[in-house]
Design a binder for this molecule. Structure first.
Ligand SMILES: Nc1nc2c(ncn2[C@@H]2O[C@H](COP(=O)(O)OP(=O)(O)OP(=O)(O)O)[C@@H](O)[C@H]2O)c(=O)[nH]1
Length: 622
């Protein structure tokens, strides 16, 4: 028997791919993704486990604890589509499922005896994936959305029209998929810039006759910065000049290696005109979603994201949101940013008035008096009073942040993080030519160290765009321009977001700036510097201050808060800090050579004749 891919086996055996990964984890089998292959032995082990757990499920004795009850419930297979995936290839590493992370860190070797299949995943209901479409201008984003909308959205009864609520729900053979209506990476990152992540999967549309173009690269950078799984849809395959293979080759340098070349990127050929391949694309979306194991609690506190809003002359403010968690009901008080409103009406994406909506549902809300901003998160309040309080709290928080910004931009902790962390420097590069971009990237590639990880999030030819500014602000990146100048609009956008656009005419000046950034991220190095030495001449026991060493400074000077080392003969007997320093009755900061003083080092065992040597830590600047 030849090797078989994980997702294909899952399909064959009628279990969810996520479930299959759980079984592999329980067996200790290593895999990279659901497109990894399994050997015959493992396949047999899996089959045994499944057969075992289903027979146990059948005669489920209550005292049988070897099969977890939830595992038995989960054994019910989800309906799977009959057609095998054509463009065959799962998936960029999704978030690990709860079950996977439960085994993380354990050694993954093939277990000798098949362990009982346990399910540690929460039993929250699955939710539909939310998908965004991005890509270069004219590559067919809108056409693809239109095709899916036309063919996959259940049309309302005669005369009905679909309502624009910012997203629509497509019905596929493997469940619902929500598509965000506004294509493009700017829209995507605008939402992210406000702290919300709305899309679970990004489709990068690339026209088969045009291949990778500047905005394709941008879109990929934006999706990667958001850590969203990417599916590549090669569009316009109906055209005579379509060259699918070239596109597949061209995406490899962008770190999207199609599965057929040994990578993990799902690539699907489609035509938004004829509809060819669209079914496969939808199937791949469901597969990625299944592996990501998207779940949400409809009973949790409400969390939603505004995807757009507008003011209708007749109806008033209409806000389109996607519910992420919990359920929204007509009559609820909602708080969005620093605004609140009571829901007067809810409309779904096929134009129906509805009473409530749960996770992964796009809805239009009537009830706000002012239009909220895309990317704002939506929460609910018990009543108007609580809504007002929430708004007041947020206003205060914003003011606090603004105040803090007026002061220092970043605290030391912001820059350094926890000690031992690998610090990150993220860059967006813009240059006039491909040659200079490559030269820059070549030099920068050698700059990462154990302490600092340098990532070029995006490198593009030509002037920086507003999209770059958005990306920089969400990904905490610096924009470096070489021989290109930003337009006034982009400069203004950068100003508004507090992003500096750094321009250089000489490559090494740019590199020097990067070096400075890296240095700023490195943990400071401290050196211990000798300050001075004193001999203890008398030990004074003070009722309040404790033991004070009456001493004579023989060399250098002593300073309060300095580190000290106490030696007795040749032996170091204590290491500590000068917590108090006195000349006669006065507290002093330092005492010079030739003077007597009282030193409190917060140690009761100091003795006459001990030598107290003081030092301090000084940051070394290289
Ligand atoms: N032959 C062919 N033409 C297509 C296909 N998809 C889109 N087009 C055409 O390509 C052009 C651009 O399509 P759009 O859907 O507007 O592209 P877009 O990416 O949304 O463009 P922007 O919104 O301007 O960024 C239109 O003339 C479409 O008719 C396809 O699959 N085959």
């Amino acid at each position: 028997m030849s090797k078989v891919r994980i997702y294909a086996l899952a399909k064959e055996l009628g279990v969810e791919t996520a479930k299959m990964l759980e079984i592999l984890d329980s067996l200790g089998v290593q895999y990279k993704s659901s497109s990894s292959t399994l050997d015959e032995e493992t396949v047999e082990a899996i089959k045994t486990i499944l057969a075992d757990s289903s027979s146990k499920a059948e005669d489920a004795a209550p005292e049988d604890s070897s099969v977890n009850a939830s595992a038995t419930q989960e054994a019910a297979p989800e309906p799977v589509a009959a057609t095998p995936p054509v463009a065959s290839n799962p998936t960029p590493a999704p978030q690990p499922s709860a079950a996977q992370s439960a085994t993380a860190g354990e050694e993954r070797t093939l277990a000798a005896q098949p362990a009982a299949v346990t399910t540690t995943a929460t039993e929250l209901p699955h939710r539909a994936p939310v998908v965004t479409i991005m890509g270069h201008v004219d590559h067919g984003k809108t056409s693809l959305l239109d095709y899916i909308r036309k063919t996959k959205v259940a049309a309302k009864e005669a005369g009905g029209i679909t309502q624009h609520v910012g997203a629509f729900e497509a019905k596929t053979s493997r469940g619902k998929v929500v598509f965000i209506d506004t294509p493009g990476h700017e829209a995507f990152t605008t939402i992210r810039a406000r702290g919300a992540n709305v899309a679970d999967i990004a489709i990068i549309v690339i026209a088969a006759d045009d291949s990778v173009m500047p905005q394709t690269r941008e879109a990929i950078a934006h999706a990667k910065a958001a850590n969203v799984p990417i599916i590549v849809a090669i569009n316009k395959i109906d055209l005579a000049q379509a060259n699918v293979d070239k596109v597949k080759q061209d995406i490899i340098p962008l770190d999207l290696v199609p599965e057929e070349f040994g990578g993990e990127t799902i690539v699907v050929g489609v035509s938004a005109r004829s509809g060819e391949g669209v079914e496969d694309l939808l199937e791949m979306i469901s597969l990625v979603a299944e592996i990501a194991d998207l779940r949400a609690d409809p009973k949790a506190a409400l969390k939603g994201v505004v995807i757009e809003s507008r003011v209708d002359k007749q109806m008033g403010v209409l806000a389109n949101i996607i519910v992420q968690e919990g359920t929204v009901h007509v009559g609820d008080f909602l708080v969005v940013g620093e605004k609140y409103g009571k829901i007067k009406a809810l409309t779904n994406s096929v134009g129906d008035r509805i009473k409530d909506a749960g996770p992964s549902t796009p809805v239009q809300i009537l009830g706000f008096s002012e239009a909220p901003t895309a990317g704002d998160t939506v929460t609910s309040a018990k009543n108007e009073h609580q809504a007002r309080e929430l708004v007041a709290g947020r206003t205060q928080d914003r003011r606090d942040v603004e105040e803090a910004r007026k002061g220092r931009r970043l605290s030391l902790d912001d820059i350094l993080g926890a000690p031992g962390d690998v610090h990150e420097v993220n860059l967006i590069l813009r240059a006039d030519t491909q040659g200079s971009l490559e030269a820059l990237q070549g030099i920068l590639a050698r700059k990462s160290s154990e302490e600092v990880k340098l990532t070029v999030m995006f490198a593009g030819i030509g002037a920086p765009t507003e999209g770059d500014v958005l990306l920089a602000s969400t990904a905490n990146a610096e924009i470096m321009c070489f021989n290109v100048t930003a337009s006034g609009g982009v400069k203004k956008a950068a100003d508004n977001k507090g992003i500096e656009l750094k321009s250089f005419r000489i490559i090494y000046e740019l590199i020097d700036e990067v070096d400075r950034l890296i240095k700023g991220q490195q943990e400071p190095v401290f050196e211990e510097r000798y300050l001075g030495r004193a001999e203890v001449r008398m030990v004074i026991r003070h009722p309040k201050a404790g033991v004070v060493a009456g001493s004579y400074v023989q060399d250098g000077m002593l300073r309060r808060n300095a580190k000290v080392k106490v030696t007795r003969g040749r032996q170091v007997v204590y290491n500590g800090t000068i917590v108090g320093l006195k000349r006669f009755k006065d507290d002093v900061r330092e005492v010079q050579t030739g003077y007597e003083c009282g030193i409190n080092i917060d140690w009761n065992d100091v003795q006459e004749g001990d030598v107290i040597e003081a030092s301090e830590l000084v940051e070394v600047t290289s």
